[in-house]
Design a protein around this ligand. Structure first.
Ligand SMILES: *[C@@H]1O[C@H](CO)[C@@H](O)[C@H](O)[C@H]1NC(C)=O
Ligand SMILES: *[C@@H]1O[C@H](CO)[C@@H](O)[C@H](O)[C@H]1NC(C)=O
Ligand SMILES: *[C@@H]1O[C@H](CO)[C@@H](O)[C@H](O)[C@H]1NC(C)=O
Ligand SMILES: *[C@@H]1O[C@H](CO)[C@@H](O)[C@H](O)[C@H]1NC(C)=O
Ligand SMILES: *[C@@H]1O[C@H](CO)[C@@H](O)[C@H](O)[C@H]1NC(C)=O
Length: 389
């Protein structure tokens, strides 16, 4: 069969098969083709630049073994809206790939080997982008273009930004707090540095902010005070210092994941930390915290009462969003949709006095690590009440 002869084809769905070999050269001649789904096969080879001339709106080639440079000018035909190319072996992106991509909304290159300067790739910004997912690649460079500006500041429709596990560095643009559509930001495991810029406002939409494993410094970012709909906050593995502010639970009442581990936070754990009603994971380990563990657990209901699974917050195709927490040398996957892990880790600090009795009311707790502190006294009698899940 010569696929190029199927001139009336508009929708081609071939996903989840055992297809192998290269894409036939004629595939992009199908002048009426709008949707092409080839994901989850064993296809190899490169994608020809003719992709850009096709009438396609939506191309899904994820989970194959495609390789090489992703071609330039993919938007010349002026229709392309979604490119899903994650989990392949692409090694580069042409600096013109995304030029003039005014119709492009969804770009997912998660888990490839793309070596590229991110800023160059998006210098002619595709302003309409709503999803930009490049987790697990080798992107380098900075987000900033100078004077705190960034190509990202033009992406006013951006809803999900996942640049985690790359080699990006430099500071964050101030405009992060102005991008009103952003719901999800994951910049973890890069070499970002500096102080998280302050802003008096935070957009209502921001729900997930993951900045872990970078080199951010300074005090707990004050700008977060206004992010009242945050659900997940990961600042772990940086060089933040100073005290944990008492306002976190008041200002971020919907939080269910808080990781501040492996920083330089000092002072006491504020009593208010136990005012979180939905928290599922509290990880303050490996800091320089002192004083007693707060002990009024009456409002700390997230770990004692059954939680309903969250609806998928964003209407985004990109749903495989997980955080890995290594506990007991086991890699626990914290799925952002279903909070299945419930745990407290206060280990590796200098906490003193007794283990509070109230801890034993947290019947849903799966993981508790208080080791490496200066705790004394007895182990609470009721500790056996923990259900072994
Ligand atoms: C496809 O089209 C070409 C030219 O239009 C023709 O020569 C060829 O036989 C066709 N192939 C099939 C399998 O019909
Ligand atoms: C693709 O379009 C460019 C100009 O937009 C043109 O020069 C080129 O010949 C086209 N390629 C094909 C295979 O149609
Ligand atoms: C983008 O548009 C400009 C102006 O129309 C054109 O000169 C340029 O070649 C286009 N770039 C790409 C990659 O299509
Ligand atoms: C972390 O910050 C402190 C000052 O707060 C500084 O002395 C130290 O060198 C920093 N560590 C790293 C690894 O940057
Ligand atoms: C508990 O915390 C300590 C110090 O942070 C760590 O070394 C240890 O591996 C943790 N224990 C488990 C079982 O995860």
């Amino acid at each position: 069969m010569e696929i190029g002869n199927m001139t009336q084809l508009q929708i081609m769905e071939l996903e989840s098969n055992y297809l192998e070999g290269q894409l036939p050269g004629t595939i992009f001649h199908l002048v009426k083709l709008l949707f092409m789904t080839l994901s989850e096969n064993q296809l190899v080879g490169t994608i020809s630049p003719e992709l850009g001339n096709s009438s396609l709106w939506d191309i899904d080639i994820a989970h194959n073994n495609f390789s090489g440079l992703f071609p330039p000018s993919i938007c010349v035909a002026g229709k392309l809206s979604a490119v899903s190319a994650g989990h392949n072996g692409f090694t580069g992106i042409h600096h013109q790939t995304f030029q003039n991509c005014t119709t492009l909304q969804y770009v997912d290159f998660t888990a490839n080997n793309i070596v590229a300067e991110l800023r160059d790739c998006f210098s002619e910004h595709p302003g309409g982008l709503s999803t930009m997912a490049f987790r697990h690649n080798q992107l380098h460079g900075t987000l900033l273009t100078g004077r705190g500006e960034s190509f990202l500041c033009n992406c006013t429709d951006l809803n999900l930004l996942d640049l985690s596990s790359n080699a990006l560095h430099g500071g964050l643009p101030k405009c992060f707090w102005d991008l009103s559509s952003l719901q999800f930001i994951d910049l973890s495991s890069n070499s970002f540095s500096g102080i998280v810029p302050f802003s008096r406002k935070c957009q209502d939409n921001l729900k997930y902010l993951l900045l872990g494993n970078n080199q951010f410094r300074g005090s707990f970012p004050l700008g977060l005070k206004k992010c009242k709909h945050l659900i997940t906050l990961d600042l772990g593995g940086n060089n933040f210092s100073g005290t944990i502010p008492s306002w976190v639970s008041m200002s971020l009442p919907e939080l269910d994941f808080l990781r501040l581990s492996s920083n330089m936070f000092d002072g006491i754990i504020p009593d208010e930390i136990l005012q979180f009603r939905q928290l599922q994971v509290l990880d303050l380990s490996k800091n320089k915290l002192t004083g007693p563990i707060p002990n009024d657990f009456r409002n700390f209901t997230g770990m004692s009462q059954e939680q309903k699974n969250r609806d998928l917050i964003y209407s985004n195709q990109y749903i495989q969003v997980e955080i890995h927490i290594v506990w007991k040398n086991v890699d626990h996957v914290y799925n952002l949709k279903i909070a299945a892990v419930v745990g407290i880790d206060l280990s590796g600090n200098s906490l003193t006095l007794e283990i509070p009795n109230g801890l034993t009311t947290l019947s849903r707790l799966r993981y508790l690590n208080l080791s490496g502190n200066h705790l004394s006294g007895c182990i609470p009698e009721d500790i056996g009440k923990y259900s072994t899940a």
